[in-house]
Design a protein around this ligand. Structure first.
Ligand code: NAD
Ligand code: ZN
Length: 360
């Protein structure tokens, strides 16, 4: 089958090959024919080493498709079901799943079954990005990593929910818990930032300010509910318009850059909340002085996969989409073939797009 393979971390391009084989379906496995996969910035981040994962691997993690086979012990899905891929599956038994009710933070399957090298190409075994590997015609996932959806939902819409949409909406609703009437600043107008902007609108924010260095994105942000949009250099002055000059109630960083993480923290008022959604490198540092935490009493919170529980939150997002409260089709600005994946990745690096979906 066809797949797009990252040969080595640091490579600019993926290798397109049609000789990839997938392991046989084992106990608790679900084989999925990927029909649609979005390109997320995290794909670029695995390529450049910001998100560490050993190559060679089949890239891609934001996908949806149709179940083609199930292994022994699988009960929740069957052949023919339409599913969304969940790249951070819960084991259902660890302290995060049970004691803390935080299934998104479970790493049992991520560091276990998801990391197996399930693809084979030219006699070499290949891994899969965060265990998903959606830039392939078929992949193999543990049962908790697939969520069944209704068949009338277009699979290209469903594919976006798999990462960017769930991450952005979830960061606002589940992690930052934005309150009605509040003022929010969102840094980054990519797939995650646009989803955060839409999440703010759902949460009833009174002001949603979008920030992006690409001027073309400022108009895009308004289409999805931003009440204002500005370039990064305008943030410092704009902040003075909120809360009598004190700043925003909430900030969401959806870029992954230490400078904008710091700018997001600075943009919120005393007692406000700064939520970091973007993923920066292990060696990149964000500076805080040792006084400001006491004096400003701000909350600084990370958000992993929108603090979601895929079992209910994927459906919550799709219910909002059905009700016309979330615009998911409008986020797709390009549809590509797998052969065009390198062009797509380049457009992400350039910050040109909200989401591109590969049709397999
Ligand atoms: P994207 O590349 O589509 O969008 C990023 C946007 O930020 C672009 O519009 C770009 O123009 C803008 N930008 C880049 N640098 C900037 C700067 N210095 N100042 C202002 N604007 C800038 O990315 P995405 O797919 O939306 O992902 C955003 C971030 O979220 C990435 O870091 C990604 O890895 C991360 N992410 C996190 C999670 C999570 O669970 N926390 C999940 C998915 C993605
Ligand atoms: Zn992603």
């Amino acid at each position: 089958m066809k797949a797009a393979v990252l040969r080595s971390v640091g490579d600019e391009n993926l290798e397109l090959t049609d000789d990839v084989e997938l392991d046989a379906v084992g106990p608790n496995d679900v084989e999925v024919r990927i029909t649609h996969t979005g390109i997320c910035h995290s794909d670029v981040s695995v390529m450049n080493g910001t998100i560490p994962q050993e190559a060679p691997l089949v890239l891609g993690h934001e996908g949806a498709g149709v179940v083609t086979a199930v292994g022994e012990g699988v009960t929740k899905v069957a052949e023919g079901d339409h599913v969304i891929v969940g790249w951070s599956p819960h084991c259902g038994e660890c302290i995060y799943c049970v004691n803390h009710k935080r299934p998104n933070l479970c790493t049992t399957l991520n560091f276990g079954v998801m990391l197996r090298k399930k693809f084979l190409s030219g006699g070499e075994r290949l891994g899969a990005m965060v265990g998903a590997g959606t830039f392939a015609e078929r992949t193999l996932l543990p049962e908790p990593a697939v969520i069944k959806i209704d068949k009338d939902i277009p699979l290209e819409v469903a594919s976006l929910v798999s990462c960017g949409v769930m991450t952005g909406v979830g960061a606002v609703i589940n992690t930052a818990k934005v309150e009605p009437g509040s003022s929010v600043i969102v840094f980054g107008v990519g797939g995650v930032g646009v989803s955060a902007i839409q999440g703010c609108r759902l949460a009833g924010a009174s002001a949603i300010v979008a920030v992006d260095r690409n001027p073309a994105k400022l108009e895009v942000a308004k289409r999805f509910g931003a009440t204002m949009s500005v370039l990064p250099e305008e943030v410092r002055d704009l902040r003075k318009q909120f809360n009598s000059g004190e700043g925003f109630d909430y900030a969401l960083e959806c870029i992954g850059n230490p400078k904008t993480m710091r700018a997001a923290f600075s943009a919120v008022r005393r007692g406000g909340t700064c939520c970091i959604v973007g993923v920066g490198g292990l060696d990149e540092k964000v500076e805080f002085n040792a006084f400001e935490f006491f004096w400003m009493e701000k909350t600084l919170v990370g958000s992993f996969f929108g603090s979601c529980d895929v079992r209910c939150d994927f459906h919550r997002v799709l219910t909002l989409w059905r009700a016309g409260r979330l615009d998911l089709e409008g986020m797709i600005d390009r549809r590509l073939r797998l052969e065009d994946v390198n062009e797509g990745l380049e457009a992400v690096r350039a910050g040109e797009v909200v989401r591109q979906v590969i049709e397999l």
